[in-house]
Design a protein around this ligand. Structure first.
Ligand code: AMP
Length: 372
């Protein structure tokens, strides 16, 4: 079976790496002009002119990148199965549509309003109560196109800094930690949930994911599974879906969803019986899902900006290095390391030992290292 992947970055690369053992072949469709997947065939099509070419070469289509025109996915879906459905893409591209859908499905969100001018932003900050987070309704990722307002008087500066005509303004959530749940739904509607991950961000970019998330109550896990199941069913979704959440004293609050394999699921490559990448390929191809159980405890460390001393990390018997074959650039995701352990105590020690070889890697902080 030939799988067309819209987008050609590291997620596509890892999808292909997981798909080759199942005898899948891959064609990547890139609109950015700078594909990095480095595997399979690549169609570079900045203007959306070569859809027929893609369609002629593949049996099924999926995506690894959600910032592409929904019209392209819709057009492709008229001819070949596109999983997940283009509606999932549409919802994820627009924070207003996403938060509205969450509300309709009973998934808690921060209180939010929309602002289409600096004055409206100031009014929203006033009504919601500062601090608030303003985000461009479309096109934002990894904390880009966002600003925190500590006072409604910050509105003019925040509006200018974000530079977008429509913003979503959210009440700032005083979270205990950030977590994510990754689920996969098969063509026949079967659903599986990976153990949840605890995620630590630095400068808007994910740095560490620990899975299974330590000290997560059964009730919280059940809530997360209920929320993501509601999304999967509503969207008649096929493939891997990720839901990013804040854990607060009063339970979970949803931040956003991603209609694809996710950075907070990279630990599954060695840390789960079946990786998120393989399960996505299985789902998209119409196969049964694989076992999502954890093999032990994992922590994923992102390699950002600089590669650091990879040779030293390769010497560590508990570390698995994944490089994306990309050039160094500040803030760029170049790879990740999966660290495995049998106890959380051992995991903390191993993660710190590994992180020392990654320049610029922030000190490892998580619920496992929090004092008191
Ligand atoms: P996003 O692009 O929406 O995933 O936001 C990036 C990061 O900003 C999140 O991972 C959080 O660390 C932080 N953040 C976003 N929204 C909020 C919020 N409403 N309250 C507190 N922190 C937030």
């Amino acid at each position: 079976m030939r799988i067309g992947v819209l987008g050609a970055g590291q997620l596509g690369r890892m999808l292909a790496l997981a798909g080759y053992p199942l005898a899948k072949t891959f064609v990547f469709y890139d609109m950015s002009g700078s594909p990095s997947a480095g595997l399979g065939e690549i169609i570079i099509d900045r203007e959306g002119e070569y859809l027929d070419d893609l369609l002629s070469r593949v049996d099924r289509i999926t995506y690894e990148f959600e910032h592409l025109p929904v019209g392209i996915a819709e057009e492709l879906a008229k001819h070949k199965p596109v999983h997940p459905c283009p509606r999932a893409l549409q919802v994820c591209q627009n924070r207003e549509a996403e938060k509205t859908l969450f509300g309709e499905l009973g998934i808690p969100t921060p209180k939010w309003q929309v602002a289409d001018s600096a004055d409206a932003l100031a009014r929203a900050a006033e009504t919601l109560g500062c601090p608030v987070v303003a985000k461009s309704v479309t096109e934002g990722y990894d904390g880009k196109g966002q600003a925190v307002l500590r006072d409604p008087a910050d509105a003019a500066n925040a509006w200018a800094a974000i530079g977008h005509h429509r913003l979503i303004v959210e009440k700032f959530v005083e979270f205990r930690r950030e977590v994510s749940i990754i689920a996969v739904r098969a063509e026949d509607g079967a659903v599986a949930f990976y153990p949840m991950a605890e995620n630590t961000h630095h400068e808007g970019i994910l740095r560490y994911s620990i899975a299974p998330a330590p000290s997560l109550s059964d009730a919280v896990r059940a809530d997360a599974e209920r929320y993501i199941r509601a999304l999967l069913n509503e969207l008649n979704y096929v493939g891997v879906l990720t839901l990013e959440l804040f854990e607060t004293a009063d339970g979970l609050v949803a931040n956003e969803m991603a209609p694809r394999v996710h950075n907070s699921g990279h630990w599954t490559i060695e840390g789960a019986m079946t990786s998120q990448f393989e399960n996505h390929i299985r789902a998209v191809s119409g196969h049964p899902l694989g076992n999502v159980a954890a093999r032990g405890l994992s922590c994923m460390i992102n390699i950002i900006g600089e590669h650091g001393d990879i040779e030293r990390i390769l010497e560590l018997p508990y570390a698995h290095v994944h490089l994306y074959n990309k050039g160094e650039r500040a803030g760029r995701k170049l790879g990740h390391v999966n660290v495995l352990a049998d106890s959380y105590e051992e995991l903390v020690w191993r993660v710190r030992n590994c992180a020392q070889f990654l320049p610029g890697c922030p000190e490892f902080h998580s619920s496992l290292t929090a004092r008191g």
